[in-house]
Design a protein around this ligand. Structure first.
Ligand code: FE2
Length: 232
């Protein structure tokens, strides 16, 4: 029996991921191959959903700018970069008709979307050296007041680096165009971030991020970008 197109949409990217994990786990030079592995996963996101890929690239740039302003160590900056680039990888397991829907999602469609942090965690956790990244992928939709998902973590129970990705992610959602909404200006996004201090976000991190937004001359260029490029 032929598979339904929707089943193929889900199976093909997941097969690509499984092959990449198999190749990685057989490799003898694991450290060097880790970056190749991450790139392979990112390329899979790009092939399946260019919109998701561009979102993750911008989120990565914002997260690294905030991480730098928070004086993260080199090691944490690397984990943050990998996690920001892979935070939405679980969307590979979401049907296209929901992921690429040009209108606002219904409540039941949103419930399906809410599975993506756990789907992403399950993909990434099978790679030994990406376990810290998997935790961040799982927690990137948790909110400071405990109203997020999937585990309703609150305050400092949310991993520090995941809280950075949450702020970067939300800023990009606000300032990017969607078929059903115009992008918010940087000023409106800043006032939204202010409003959500200590409810959705860690307030101290928001203060630092707003300073970055007001002083970093590159922010507007990042907001406007809709093409892939290398991130240093
Ligand atoms: Fe997400």
């Amino acid at each position: 029996m032929f598979l339904e197109p929707i089943t193929l949409q889900l199976i093909l990217p997941l097969l690509a991921i499984l092959f990449a994990i198999y190749t990685y786990n057989k490799s003898k030079t694991k450290y060097d191959d880790l970056l190749h592995m991450v790139n392979c996963l990112i390329n899979t996101i790009e092939a399946k959903s260019p919109v998701t890929y561009m979102h993750t690239e911008r989120v990565c740039i914002y997260a690294l700018k905030l991480g730098k302003a928070l004086n993260l160590s080199k090691k944490d900056m690397l984990i943050l970069k990998e996690a920001a680039l892979l935070h939405d990888i679980g969307k590979l397991g979401i049907p296209d008709k929901i992921l690429e829907k040009p209108d606002r999602l219904t409540d039941s469609e949103f419930e399906v979307i809410k599975n993506h942090p756990r789907k992403g965690y399950n993909i990434i956790k099978s790679i030994e050296n990406l376990k810290p990244v998997a935790e961040l992928v799982l927690c990137h939709h948790e909110k400071y007041d405990g109203s997020g998902y999937p585990n309703k973590l609150s305050g400092d129970a949310i991993p520090y680096l995941a809280k950075i990705i949450t702020i970067a992610d939300s800023f990009d959602v606000m300032t990017s165009r969607r078929p059903y909404k115009d992008p918010s200006s940087i000023e409106i996004a800043i006032s939204e971030l202010e409003k959500c201090k200590w409810t959705q976000f860690d307030g101290n991190m928001v203060d630092v991020f707003i300073k970055v937004l007001k002083t970093d001359k590159d922010i507007q260029n990042v907001m406007n970008r809709s093409f892939p490029s290398n991130i240093d």
